[in-house]
Write a protein that binds this ligand. Structure first.
Ligand code: IMP
Ligand code: MG
Length: 182
């Protein structure tokens, strides 16, 4: 069982579902009378985005992009590259970028800068998890699911080496798993 790698459950599936309902209700109210384009950053945000979209009682569209950091080293340059771009133009659209977790903030800051150049009608951010103690660059988060401590988290879309995304909760990964390599 791969759940043996989980030290503890940080946020249960029930708590996530309750918070996602609240966020969906807030979006339904805030975007009333408009259509909303949810942009997910692959792959981590896919689970959250599809659950969130179903809690919004408005016309909702989905699109996805995939970005990655240039350096995987301890010291990030903050540069990110686009591996897969959106499938549509966003000019004039009400865009909500949906992210799984904001850590240094570099990924999101870069994506926001890029999307802003494409002239959306509005551009906001909804992050399921916020690790504020790790922030290296200021980035405004309009909707936040949970603030979390500086621990390595997996589940509900979040991975370590592409694993654990399908756990229904957010858990803390045992340090020996990532210290021990494969
Ligand atoms: P940032 O550019 O440092 O804010 O990077 C955010 C990205 O790093 C997220 O979208 C995740 O893919 C990844 N990430 C940051 N913290 C964690 C974590 O605790 N578990 C899994 N992935 C993480
Ligand atoms: Mg991500």
């Amino acid at each position: 069982m791969f759940e043996k790698d989980i030290e503890r459950v940080l946020i249960s599936a029930a708590d996530i579902a309750a918070r996602v309902r609240e966020l969906g209700a807030a979006l339904t109210e805030d975007y009333a009378g408009r259509e909303l384009l949810l942009i997910g950053l692959l792959k981590g945000s896919a689970v959250f985005l599809t659950d969130l979209g179903r809690q919004v009682s408005l016309p909702v569209y989905y699109d996805f992009m995939s970005v990655s950091s240039y350096g995987q080293g301890a010291v990030s340059s903050g540069e990110v590259i686009i591996k897969k771009d959106l499938s549509q133009t966003i000019e004039g659209c009400h865009v909500l970028v949906v992210e799984d977790i904001v850590d240094t903030g570099y990924t999101l800051a870069h994506v926001l800068e890029l999307l802003a150049q494409r002239k959306p009608a509005s551009l906001k951010v909804c992050a399921l998890l916020d690790k504020p103690s790790c922030r290296k660059i200021t980035v405004g988060l309009d909707y936040i699911g949970f603030s979390v401590p500086d621990e390595f988290l997996v589940g509900y879309g979040l991975d370590y080496a592409q694993r654990y995304r399908n756990l229904p909760y957010v858990g803390v990964l045992k340090p020996e798993v990532y210290r021990g390599g494969q």
